[in-house]
Design a protein around this ligand. Structure first.
Ligand SMILES: Nc1ncnc2c1ncn2[C@@H]1O[C@H](COP(=O)(O)OP(=O)(O)O)[C@@H](O)[C@H]1O
Ligand SMILES: [Mg+2]
Length: 324
C-alpha cells in the first residue's frame, strides 16, 4: 500500500543540509498497523509530515527518497493534486484535536465540510454522511453530537471527531501522530481499540506514531524503532518484544512501567538523542550505548537481518534467542 524508500528530510542551506530524517525506509500493507516509536526529537513527526506532503514551509524539505502510494510517487505532487487525482488517499490525525477543530463551528458542519471536499456532496446529504462517520467512530449519541461545539465534547470524543473527519476521504492510509498522548489511560485504550477496529473493518493501513512502547505493544502489528533520524530496528511486535536486537530498543523496553513493576524507580537511558547535524561518524547511538566498542564510533553500522522481517542497524546486536 505504502512504500517509503530512503526518505531524507533536511533543513539548512542546500549546500550544507542537515538531515533530520536520514534515509528512512519502511513498507505498510493493507490492514496493517505499523508503529513508529522513539524518543522525542528523533524525527517521527517530520517523517510522517513528509509522507503526507505536509512539511511546514518554509523549513524542512524532502531532499531525497520516495514515498510510493500504490506505486505512485506522491513526493512530486502538491496536496491539491493528490485530492484531484482521486487516488493515493491518505489522512492524518494529531495529538491535540482542539487545535485542528474550529471552536465556533458545530461538529456536524465540520465533518460535512470534509465530506463536501472529498465526495462533492453538500447540504443534508453531507450531514447524513457526517452522522454515518460519527457512528463509524462509535461516538455516543451521534445525532445529538452533530450540533455540538468542540468545547462541549471530552478529549476522547474530540479525537473521535478528528478520526471521523480523517475518514471522510476514505483513506487507504491513516497517519496518526501521537493521537492518544494527551488522553487519560482509559480513554487511550478505547481510542486504540477503535483504530484497530477501523483498520480491520475498512482494510485501512495505519502508520501510528508514539514515544510509548506500551502503546506499541497494545496496538501495532509491526514496529519501526527510530533514533536520531534513522530507523534502527524493524520487526513484528512479537519478534521485537520477544527479543529486541538493538541496544536502543532494549533501553526503551526497560523503561516500560509494566515491565518494571517491581522496581522502585524506572530505569532511563542516560543522555539525550544527539542534535541533528552533530553526529560526525559511526553509529548514531554510540554515545549512549552501554555495549559501545571503538569501531562503533568510526564505522557506519551494517543493517543486519536478524531473522526474516527483523532488521537491526548495529554491528554488535543483542543476541536473539527466546525470552520468557
Ligand atoms: N521547522 C524545523 N526546522 C528545523 N528543525 C526542526 C524543525 N522542526 C523540527 N526540527 C527538528 O527535527 C528533529 C526531529 O523533530 P520531530 O520530527 O518533531 O521529532 P519527534 O516527532 O520524533 O519528536 C528535532 O531535532 C527537531 O528539533
Ligand atoms: Mg512528534
Amino acid at each position: 500500500m505504502l512504500t517509503v524508500c530512503d526518505l531524507t528530510v533536511s533543513v539548512g542551506p542546500e549546500t550544507a543540509p542537515v538531515d533530520i530524517v536520514a534515509g528512512v525506509s519502511f513498507g505498510l500493507a493493507k490492514g496493517e498497523i505499523l508503529g513508529l516509536v522513539g524518543e522525542s526529537g528523533c524525527g517521527k513527526s517530520m517523517t510522517s509530515l513528509a509522507v503526507m506532503g505536509l512539511l511546514p514551509q518554509p523549513g524542512p524539505r524532502v531532499r531525497a527518497g520516495r514515498v510510493l502510494l500504490e506505486g505512485c510517487d506522491v513526493t512530486q505532487l502538491q496536496p491539491w493534486q493528490r485530492v484531484e487525482a482521486g487516488h493515493g488517499r491518505m489522512a492524518m490525525i494529531f495529538q491535540e484535536p482542539m487545535t485542528s477543530l474550529n471552536p465556533v463551528r458545530r461538529i456536524g458542519d465540520q465533518i460535512a465540510e470534509a465530506v463536501r471536499v472529498h465526495e462533492g456532496i453538500s447540504g443534508a446529504a453531507a450531514l447524513v454522511r457526517a452522522r454515518e462517520l460519527l457512528e463509524l467512530v462509535r461516538m455516543p449519541d451521534p445525532k445529538m453530537q452533530l450540533s455540538a461545539y468542540p468545547h462541549q465534547l471530552s478529549g476522547g470524543q474530540r479525537q473521535r471527531v478528528m478520526i471521523a473527519i480523517a475518514l471522510a476521504c476514505r483513506p487507504q492510509v491513516l497517519v496518526a501522530d501521537e493521537p492518544t498522548t494527551a488522553l487519560d489511560v482509559t480513554i487511550q485504550v478505547q481510542i486504540l481499540g477503535l483504530l484497530r477496529e477501523l483498520c480491520n473493518r475498512l482494510d485501512m493501513a495505519i502508520l501510528f506514531i508514539t514515544h510509548d512502547m506500551g502503546v506499541i505493544a497494545e496496538l501495532a502489528d509491526r514496529v519501526a524503532v527510530m533514533y536520531a533520524g534513522q530507523i534502527v530496528e524493524t520487526a513484528s511486535v512479537d519478534a521485537l518484544f520477544g527479543a529486541p536486537r538493538h541496544h536502543y530498543t532494549r533501553g526503551l523496553m526497560d523503561c516500560m512501567p509494566s515491565r518494571n513493576s517491581g522496581a522502585r524507580r524506572l530505569p532511563t537511558i542516560s543522555g539525550q538523542p544527539p542534535l541533528p547535524g552533530s553526529v560526525a561518524a559511526g553509529c548514531v547511538f554510540a554515545l549512549r550505548c552501554a555495549a559501545v566498542r571503538d569501531e562503533c564510533r568510526v564505522a557506519t553500522p551494517p543493517r543486519l537481518e536478524a531473522s526474516q522481517g527483523h532488521e537491526v542497524l548495529c554491528a554488535f546486536p543483542l543476541a536473539g534467542g527466546e525470552l520468557p
